[in-house]
Ligand binder design. Structure first.
Ligand code: C5P
Length: 235
């Protein structure tokens, strides 16, 4: 497989074309941003943790019948993935109140929610990724009703599998964001990443934060938190 020209550079990753038109290579960076790019920094070793952790979890998803973009890890920071067109939605699941949910609805951080919630944000940096509902998504054509139904079903399934897995390593899955892509033949598959950048992960005993909130909130020990999750996953 030959790495060809860069297709895109995001806040935490670069994506390259390959000599196979159906495959891309993702290259994970140590760069960290928060608050729609307003806060910038680096988390040493994050690219390696996120690459390996995301690949590990994507393979668990596959074993549980959730189709993903994962193909092959080719280095500490690089992975071959299926070519997809990203559905322009951030799909967020919350099991416990935190972050923007706590702020928006005045619910104390850490409160277990009466039911798991699903919410969507439109991926648009210029607009600050606004929250969007099902009707609005279909109305503006960000996804079809059929695709959105598939996305919702798969997302709850991802939550069930991920939550159980993290529980087994004494971590509470507070909330997470995932993204989906559409393959050239029209299949909706899990894409992007699953990592401490995109999940809130709390130690189940001490409730210590083991995720990007340590960077967002200047709490210190950011690298150590990422390394702890990595270690508990046996990576
Ligand atoms: O900030 P908020 O509470 O809405 O975040 C919900 C979840 O989505 C968190 O796990 C956060 O890490 C993730 N998220 C993300 N990328 C964004 C916004 C949120 O991964 N741009």
């Amino acid at each position: 497989m030959k790495k060809m020209e860069q297709l895109y550079e995001g806040k935490a990753k670069k994506v390259f074309k390959t000599d196979d038109e159906n495959l891309y290579i993702v290259d994970y960076k140590d760069d960290a941003t928060a608050f729609n790019g307003l806060k910038k920094g680096q988390i040493a070793g994050k690219g390696v943790v996120n690459n390996k952790m995301s690949n590990f979890l994507m393979q668990i998803m596959e074993k549980n019948g959730i189709p993903t973009h994962f193909v092959e890890e080719i280095s500490d920071r690089e992975t071959v993935v299926k070519r997809v067109e990203i559905v322009p939605l951030e799909v967020i699941i919350r099991n416990i109140a935190a972050g923007s949910f706590s702020k928006r609805f005045g619910v104390e951080e850490g409160k277990k929610l009466n039911c798991t919630t699903l919410e969507y944000c439109l991926k648009n940096d210029d607009l600050g990724d606004p929250m969007i509902n099902d009707y609005q998504i279909i109305a503006i054509g960000a996804a079809t009703k059929e695709d959105l139904d598939t996305i919702a079903d798969l997302t709850f399934k991802v939550n069930d599998v991920l939550k159980a897995y993290f529980e087994s390593i004494n971590i509470e899955l507070v909330d997470f964001k995932i993204e989906f892509g559409k393959t050239p033949d029209g299949q909706i598959i899990l894409a992007d990443e699953i990592s401490p950048d995109t999940c809130r992960l709390w130690d189940a005993t001490t409730h210590e934060k083991l995720d990007k909130d340590r960077f967002r909130r200047d709490m210190g020990n950011v690298e150590e938190a990422y390394a702890e999750v990595f270690k508990r996953l046996g990576l």
